[in-house]
Design a protein around this ligand. Structure first.
Ligand code: SF4
Ligand code: SF4
Length: 95
């Protein structure tokens, strides 16, 4: 596992941790989130390890049983940075 993958894994663990200990933060952040997920080639899904549900740069389970940590990504700017997708992710957060 390379450094980018390890950092990206940290973003996933941090997201789960916050959901367990401070779910209100995630709910507030999702209200501040702007933008949509498209046309970046699902870089965040490839970063840690190739996800088995990713086919042709699309999540095949997005509308069925997408894991929680994927569904809420990104929760804040730090999440985007840790996932290593600051240059491509199209989500922004209102201050
Ligand atoms: S489950 Fe879907 S959204 Fe989550 S990493 Fe895999 S392809 Fe991406
Ligand atoms: S990096 Fe951002 S825009 Fe790209 S697939 Fe992930 S959430 Fe969507």
């Amino acid at each position: 596992m390379n450094l980018k993958a390890i950092t990206s894994l940290r973003s996933s663990i941090r997201r789960r941790w916050i959901w367990i200990f401070n779910p209100r933060y995630i709910i507030e952040q999702l209200r501040k989130r702007e933008g949509s997920c498209k046309d970046c080639g699902a870089i965040c899904c490839k970063r840690t390890r190739p996800c088995p549900f990713l086919k042709n740069c699309k999540c095949t389970i997005y509308n069925k049983r997408i894991p929680f940590q994927c569904w809420v990504f990104p929760i804040d700017k730090k999440d985007i940075e840790l996932a290593g997708v600051s240059d491509v992710c199209q989500f922004k957060f209102k201050m």
